[in-house]
Design a protein around this ligand. Structure first.
Ligand SMILES: [Fe+2]
Ligand SMILES: [Fe+2]
Length: 208
């Protein structure tokens, strides 16, 4: 199990980024400003989302000790990844001179509430929640990369920050999918609700 700290990959990324003075944007000033704004906004949303994920796992770890003890070790490991992801986006926001997203604390409170509710019902409910969230998150991460790479404007530092977390988000999805059936009760009940909630949070975050 990983210790709850930055992975070497994330540490190297943050160290590298801290030495840079400005986002690596390639284009004329007008387009660069637009693309920088998109990159800034995406970094804020992702930073808030990682905070929400940490709160979900924190709540689930708290109750899973009673309702799903076999899952606790894995949840602690997942939370350590999410802490590293948040640190990646935090470093990127600081380097860009950007504040947290206004949705940051809403994500935290919502995440903690979702984590508590779902962990009442044990392993399948907890895992179905993770699968639903990560399915939405992974799709959005790919869309973000496409948006930031489109045309002749490339926000390289934002793209790199996203790419660095995808493998672990996929791991969270795949490992959780082993603990719940796609057509099981909790997946069918929680899947659409959690997916819609995640979509809504991302949608709001992009507009706040
Ligand atoms: Fe994450
Ligand atoms: Fe995750």
């Amino acid at each position: 199990m990983l210790k709850p700290q930055l992975t070497p990959l994330s540490q190297a990324y943050i160290k590298h980024q801290s030495t840079m003075q400005a986002p690596m944007i390639h284009n004329d000033q007008h387009q660069s400003q637009g693309k920088t704004a998109l990159g800034d906004r995406i970094m804020k949303v992702n930073h808030a989302g990682e905070h929400g994920a940490i709160c979900i796992y924190t709540a689930q770890i708290f109750l899973a000790r009673l309702t799903a003890p076999g899952l606790v070790e894995e949840l602690i490991e997942f939370r350590s990844h999410e802490r590293a992801h948040r640190a990646v986006f935090d470093a990127e926001l600081q380097r860009r001179g950007q504040a947290k997203c206004r949705s940051y604390h809403v994500c935290g409170i919502g995440g903690y509430t979702l984590g508590l509710l779902t962990s009442l019902f044990g392993t399948s409910a907890i895992s179905a929640t993770t699968v639903a969230i990560e399915s939405v998150v992974l799709r959005h991460l790919q869309q973000q990369i496409t948006a930031l790479s489109s045309g002749n404007v490339i926000d390289t530092s934002a793209i790199n920050a996203i790419k660095i977390i995808i493998e672990e988000e996929q791991l969270h999805h795949d490992h959780s999918a082993r603990h719940c059936k796609a057509d099981g009760f909790w997946s069918r009940l929680l899947g659409p609700i959690v997916a819609a909630s995640t979509e809504t949070v991302i949608w709001l975050g992009m507009r706040l």
